[in-house]
Write a new protein. Structure first.
Length: 129
């Protein structure tokens, strides 16, 4: 079942609708979300919600949007913040919301070719300098 961890497709769709309303009202996200929701951003948010579903066909549009849009850390933080509020409104617990936030970040990092080991090496280089 899709979106099993959050209670099913009905809850996921309600959370996505709420998220997009919040994101469209946020001036900091209009450059990513815009007045008309693109299939790419919708695919990214849906993939973030569908924990444990790593089907390549499902992830491809999400990763393509992330690669093309390249949201900055601040953008992603705002998106995740709005998504967390939308999930809370649907009664989703903090632990699952944290997993969804981690998944969103890992999808973005994978699309942009940023791997956790690379970030650790960069931080080590900065400390050594």
């Amino acid at each position: 079942m899709a979106y099993e961890r959050i209670g099913g497709e009905t809850i996921a769709n309600a959370a996505l609708d709420d998220f997009f309303q919040r994101a469209q009202d946020d001036d900091l996200l209009t450059h990513l979300v815009g007045p008309v929701i693109s299939p790419g951003v919708r695919a990214f948010m849906a993939a973030a919600l569908d924990l444990g579903n790593d089907d390549e066909a499902r992830l491809a549009p999400a990763l393509a949007w992330l690669s093309d849009s390249g949201p900055e850390d601040e953008d992603l933080d705002h998106m995740i913040g709005h998504l967390a509020l939308a999930l809370e409104a649907q009664g989703i617990g903090d632990e699952i919301i944290a997993e969804i936030a981690d998944r969103a970040e890992s999808l973005r990092d994978a699309a942009l070719g940023v791997w956790p080991d690379d970030e650790d090496e960069d931080e080590d280089d900065e400390v050594a300098a």
